[in-house]
Design a protein around this ligand. Structure first.
Ligand SMILES: [Fe+2]
Ligand SMILES: [Fe+2]
Length: 317
């Protein structure tokens, strides 16, 4: 069924992810006994895959779209250095004001112990929830913003991990907070959108990169419901229905924003999600995947699709 005149556009969210901005200090000896040394060496092998001009073109393209919120789903930095956070802040300012741009951390933003805690304030206005300020330092997740009939719930799966590991974790306190927020916004008939860096799909990321408490997350969502789940981290496009108990929830992952891509699925993309509301109690999500065209040096529509959104609270009237 196409989105027709029975449905009115209520809100638009854009998702991009994984900038992996790289700007370490020249003095490498600071990193000799740190995971960051490995990170520097790995970057040398892969740096040609990430192109700043593609990221700049993406930001221009996003600015030409009308979005109520632009969501960046983590890994803005590569090694969690202060200069990388400053670069990320400069790019976010190009994307838009903090009222229209929301950011969550990824595992690379917490690459080593203390990286996130020392630097998150650089991004603070973009991390904040509805209150417009962060009241806990470092910020306590989940953080949420609501506008119109939508509620965006931001999670933090980023934890420093030893060498070779890029796993994420939500933890019991954050999962309890998520359960509360899902229930709260359900009672207010909001369309609930969850932002998280690690994919919540068991088996998708491999054991070294997975979300360690993905099954608990799915139990919470199975119990309380959610309408859309967005993640980063994988560096390739992914779109499917997330199975959470009896619920089937649209779920998307986007590649790294600047990626030329080792395979077609890894090439730079961002997604547009448009939420349409009928006069009755039904909602539809229409998505557009925009992909970088290397031959034309611009972003083009790659794919469009639709989902009916179920369970958007008790009364959408
Ligand atoms: Fe990443
Ligand atoms: Fe990641």
């Amino acid at each position: 069924m196409s989105v027709n005149s029975r449905y009115a556009l209520a809100a638009t969210i854009i998702q991009l992810s994984d900038f992996h901005l790289f700007s370490p200090p020249h003095r490498i000896y600071y990193d000799l006994f740190s995971k960051r040394l490995y990170g520097r060496l790995a970057w040398r092998r892969r740096r040609h895959e990430l192109r700043p001009d593609i990221l700049a073109a993406m930001i221009d393209d996003i600015r030409s779209q009308a979005a109520d919120l632009v969501a960046v789903t983590g890994d803005l930095t590569h090694l969690g250095f202060r200069d990388e956070y400053l670069k990320a802040r400069a790019l976010l300012e190009k994307l838009g004001s903090p009222e229209r741009v929301m950011v969550i951390p990824g595992n690379h933003d917490a690459y080593v112990a203390g990286a996130w805690e020392k630097n998150y304030e650089i991004l603070a206005p973009y991390l904040a929830g509805d209150e417009g300020a962060i009241f806990s330092r470092p910020p306590l997740y989940p953080v949420s913003r609501s506008f119109g009939k939508l509620a965006v719930i931001a999670l933090n799966t980023a934890v420093p991990r030893p060498l070779w590991l890029a796993t994420g974790r939500l933890g019991a306190a954050q999962l309890a907070g998520l359960e509360e927020k899902l229930e709260f916004f359900s009672g207010r008939s909001r369309v609930r959108v969850i932002l998280m860096h690690h994919p919540p799909v068991p088996g998708l990321a491999g054991w070294r990169r997975r979300l360690s408490d993905d099954r608990v997350f799915l139990e919470v969502v199975a119990g309380r419901g959610a309408e859309l789940v967005l993640f980063g981290h994988l560096h390739y496009r992914w779109e499917n229905l997330l199975a959470a108990g009896k619920r089937r929830i649209p779920c998307f992952g986007v590649p790294a924003a600047a990626a030329l891509g080792r395979s077609p699925a890894r090439r730079s993309r961002y997604n547009i999600y448009r939420f349409y509301r009928a006069a009755g109690k039904t909602w539809r999500l229409k998505f557009v995947i925009r992909r970088w065209s290397e031959s034309r040096s611009l972003f083009l529509d790659e794919e469009c699709g639709e989902y009916e959104l179920a369970g958007c609270g008790k009364d959408n009237g």
